[in-house]
Ligand binder design. Sequence first.
Ligand SMILES: NC(=O)c1ccc[n+]([C@@H]2O[C@H](COP(=O)([O-])OP(=O)(O)OC[C@H]3O[C@@H](n4cnc5c(N)ncnc54)[C@H](O)[C@@H]3O)[C@@H](O)[C@H]2O)c1
Length: 307
Amino acid sequence: MNILITGGAGFIGSHLADRLIQSGKNVIIIDNLVTGLKENVNKSAIFYKMDVRSLNLKKIFQNHEIDTVFHFAAQIDIRKSLSEIEYEIDVNVKGSVNLIVNAAKYGAKEIYFASTGGAVYGDQLEYPASEDHPIEPLSPYGIDKFTIEKYLACFKKIYNFKYSVFRFSNVYGPRQNPQSEAGVVSIFVHRMLKDKKINIYGDGNQTRDFIYVSDAVDAMMKIFETKKHGTYNVCTQTETSVNEIFKVLAPELHYERVPIMLELRPGELLRSCLSYKKIGKAVNWKPSVDIKRGLKKTADWYRENFK
Ligand SMILES: NC(=O)c1ccc[n+]([C@@H]2O[C@H](COP(=O)([O-])OP(=O)(O)OC[C@H]3O[C@@H](n4cnc5c(N)ncnc54)[C@H](O)[C@@H]3O)[C@@H](O)[C@H]2O)c1
């Protein structure tokens, strides 16, 4: 069985690749390394430096019989999705469609897509939000992620494949790139380790649903192993504020500066919290790493590996 992972040199994709390889699977990774790192690529994976928009993508499918695709490659910066909208659409819509069409044409049986909870639901009407929450994206990034969910639903009827969608909350942990706007934990960790100033926008009481990366990988593996395909939130159902993140990380990383409080940026969600009831019921999954332990594990890893 050959599994293709796009974005496998990035944060979540590289952790999933490690886990699939550990369980004996053959993994092929494509990544253009725009934010990902070659050193994140598992040594047992076959790696191609390639863009998901490439016309050469079909060669990957021609040369390796791919049964399963996990699609993580994306432009992941919500702010950039507004300021560089053509690039956003190019990568997140056209690149994803290029991938899905090639996968389907060359006989892939399963596609797993990394979508987003916070960005597709928009300002929540209920807490925690279930998968049935109205879809009201507040950014091109959210619109494009949902667009690909719809392409999958449409192409599934034309081609013969099954698919699952993972609507992640805020995933954090080792290897996360601090360039991403979503990665407040990673931004704080990197700035604390370099003893640089840290900005907090608004009063810092805005909340997110932070999930440790190994829990997100466990959830994906459960769906992959049981084949209970569907659209699932992958989250912790727990709200943590930006101030709380700062308070836990600062002593861990011996950071003594006081954060600089700036005005809330327009369009920023004040609260985000998703329900994992659906995936919990489907495959008996629940997160196992609470925020304090996850932040400590993250800080420990960066202290060891920070260059
Ligand atoms: N991290 C989160 O909190 C979060 C939350 C919701 C959804 N997601 C989604 O999960 C996926 C993985 O996110 P991540 O946090 O690991 O980000 P990441 O930036 O670490 O990983 C994305 C990878 O895709 C690669 N890539 C980008 N554009 C590409 C292109 N055109 N062709 C080939 N490769 C390309 C990058 O080099 C990188 O290695 C993304 O689709 C993201 O939208 C992440």
